[in-house]
Design a protein around this ligand. Structure first.
Ligand SMILES: NC(=O)C1=CN([C@@H]2O[C@H](COP(=O)(O)OP(=O)(O)OC[C@H]3O[C@@H](n4cnc5c(N)ncnc54)[C@H](O)[C@@H]3O)[C@@H](O)[C@H]2O)C=CC1
Ligand SMILES: O=C(O)CCC(=O)C(=O)O
Length: 392
């Protein structure tokens, strides 16, 4: 009989992604005892996450809306969709650079004020347009802070538009480094980037270390007339400092995805309604990716793209599988295999991986696992969660 898991859906998750969940699952926004939650930007930090929850799927990149540390303590993986919306954000950043360089938003606002006959409007257009004359991108320098999935695509697109690019990322992954064009100049600090660039774009997660990454001190180091783009997260730019920078002329424009009271109707500010990932393609990519990852976890215990667990995949060769999340401390494997051996269980296959403080073990055995063994495993000090996943 196919298994039934219950999946709580928060936010609008693409139908194509939801269709990847097996038909036997109960899926909806009113599920009360969910085995998994699929979410986009809803704030799970303010929610009592039910004890029934085994996995969270974030249909997107950032997980700052999810209490990852607390969930790790419960042995619950938080999956995301790395790179699945990167192209959508990249395109919006390019649009943002063009909006900033060509003064498109103030120009549109100006046109909206025009009244009178067509002839009067034409006259006012020709008289007024000089206020919105802009500059072109080739030969200008783009500074990219954070060269992950999005930052590396933005850097590549900017090079193709004829720009110079300088980037900073102290923890760039090997895959992202491979994606970077050789022409991207590697900076050794945020300061080196902000001093060199005409346009600065941010593609880092919101962390304690990145809060107010762009502050008054760094804005003062910028070239006068810099265009600042924040399509990463609210909080990475100090809004008050950005407004002061616009007033002093250090900043020419501040384009971002995060409306706030202080930014409303401020000259030089363009706020979009968190649109970075809002394309049909990105929504579908993200939803498909997390739905597949969460399903494989619920059914087989395999882990791909959890932000708090190692990737672990073991093809199923036995019908009897136990999945154990545990603290990454000595002698866990010894205790796990002893509990199984004492119950006469023969281990067919086993994989154990760790990431930081978290370790995860999949054990396939040759015969059915009694409840007493699962209870014994749960009682081992340092074990956070145990799941028995038989297919028979
Ligand atoms: N506006 C929107 O709708 C969207 C916003 N985002 C935001 O963009 C962020 C980045 O997304 P991805 O590129 O997909 O993530 P990613 O994980 O692929 O890349 C982030 C990069 O930032 C780097 N980084 C971390 N701290 C840094 C620091 N202090 N200085 C410089 N680099 C640092 C990391 O090493 C990593 O390479 C997400 O965390 C999310 O907050 C992502 C998607 C859509
Ligand atoms: O789901 C969304 O629209 C938000 C996307 C986002 O901010 C992210 O993926 O980090």
């Amino acid at each position: 009989m196919p298994k039934t898991f219950q999946v709580l859906i928060l936010n609008t998750i693409s139908k194509r992604g939801l269709a990847r969940l097996p038909a036997s699952y109960v899926v909806g926004s009113d599920v009360v005892q969910p085995d998994a939650i699929l979410v986009r930007s809803a704030n799970l930090r303010e929610m009592d996450i039910p004890a029934s929850v085994l996995a969270i799927g974030r249909a997107g990149a950032g997980t700052n809306n999810i209490p990852v540390k607390k969930l790790s303590e419960r042995g619950v993986p938080v999956f995301n969709a790395p790179g699945a919306n990167a192209n959508a954000v990249k395109e919006l950043v390019i649009a943002g650079m063009l909006m900033g360089a060509r003064n498109l938003i103030p120009a549109i606002r100006f046109v909206e004020t025009l009244t009178g006959s067509d002839e009067e409007m034409h006259k006012a257009t020709e008289a007024g347009k000089k206020a919105f004359a802009g500059s072109e991108l080739p030969g200008r320098t783009l500074g990219v802070i954070g060269l992950g999935a999005i930052g590396s695509l933005v850097a590549d697109a900017a090079i193709k538009l004829g720009m110079n690019v300088i980037g900073f990322d102290p923890a760039i992954t090997v895959e992202a480094a491979w994606r970077l064009p050789a022409r991207v100049k590697k900076a050794n600090s945020v300061e080196e980037v902000v001093k060199a660039a005409d346009f600065i774009t941010l593609h880092v997660p919101l962390l304690d270390a990145t809060r107010n990454l762009i502050n008054a001190e760094r804005i003062a180091m910028m070239q006068p007339g810099t265009v600042l783009l924040n399509f990463a997260r609210e909080g990475i730019v100090d809004n008050a400092a950005a407004l002061a920078g616009l007033q002093s002329g250090q900043l020419h424009a501040y384009l971002n995805d995060f409306p706030a009271n202080a930014l409303q109707r401020q000259p030089g500010v363009v706020c979009l309604p968190h649109l970075g990932a809002s394309t049909g393609e990105a929504e579908e990519n993200c939803a498909v990716m997390v739905a597949e990852q969460v399903t494989d976890y619920l059914e087989n215990g395999n882990i791909l793209n959890a932000v708090n667990f190692p990737n672990v995949n073991m093809p199923r060769e036995s019908a009897y599988r136990v999945a154990i999340a545990n603290a990454n401390v000595p002698n866990m494997l010894g205790q796990i295999s002893t509990a199984m051996a004492n119950a006469g269980l023969n281990i067919h296959n086993m994989v154990n991986k760790s990431r930081g403080d978290m370790a995860y073990t999949l054990v396939d055995v040759d015969s059915s696992v009694p409840d007493s063994v699962v209870e014994e495993l749960c009682a081992i000090s340092g074990v956070l969660a145990v799941r028995y996943l038989p297919t028979a």
